[in-house]
Ligand binder design. Sequence first.
Ligand SMILES: NC(=O)c1ccc[n+]([C@@H]2O[C@H](COP(=O)([O-])OP(=O)(O)OC[C@H]3O[C@@H](n4cnc5c(N)ncnc54)[C@H](OP(=O)(O)O)[C@@H]3O)[C@@H](O)[C@H]2O)c1
Length: 207
Amino acid sequence: MALFCSSFCPRSAATLGRASLLLRLPSSSSARISKVLGADESSATLTVGFLGLGIMGSPMAQKPFKAGYNVTIWNRTKSKCHHILEYEPSPAEVAASCDVTFAMLADPQSAMLLVGRGTARGMAPGKGYVDASTVDAATSKLISKHIKDKGALFLEAPVSGSKKPAEDGQLIFLAAGDASLYETVGPLLDVMGKSKFYLGEVGNARR
Ligand SMILES: NC(=O)c1ccc[n+]([C@@H]2O[C@H](COP(=O)([O-])OP(=O)(O)OC[C@H]3O[C@@H](n4cnc5c(N)ncnc54)[C@H](OP(=O)(O)O)[C@@H]3O)[C@@H](O)[C@H]2O)c1
């Protein structure tokens, strides 16, 4: 089990508790400990990226990690990442190194900015991008186009809830986009939220 990071933060270890103990174990030990932790078998293979570690993104990103997933993170302001250790140096590198990448950014401008300027470069066939930021339907369709032009899958998945539900894994996801990606990330949405709904084509979850 590995959280992809370049250095270790003691405060993070204290906060993450048992998950932090898995940090530098070899993969054979990780798999064994995943079972001890009761993590789903699929978590051993699906790698998860997370962009945007604000009020919502920070607790959301910790949920898959604590459930046994490999999680790679990036945030514009590096100092805000202290409680989840380190991040990759760019959104593109997160996307390139992960099977699925989640984004939880402030607004349509920042969500679009990241995809347009970098994240899309890390996308490729076989990968998926899940934008949980609150953006309008037109922006979501544009983001989807950037991702799908790279041959990857896209899902918009805005949340209902706030900081406390995010910390408690009690968010509600309204998702739309590629149904196969919805299926793939279903277990991830389940550790971050209490319920999820699939609404069809991109834009439908933004109305
Ligand atoms: N807070 C809530 O209760 C709540 C509830 C439901 C939905 N939402 C939605 O969830 C999303 C995130 O909300 P939040 O409360 O977590 O916001 P937040 O605490 O302000 O975090 C915003 C995130 O976006 C990043 N960001 C902003 N501008 C950026 C830029 N130009 N380039 C790169 N990164 C940028 C921030 O990076 P820095 O750390 O570097 O600033 C931060 O990681 C929003 O779309 C919001 O509408 C929030």
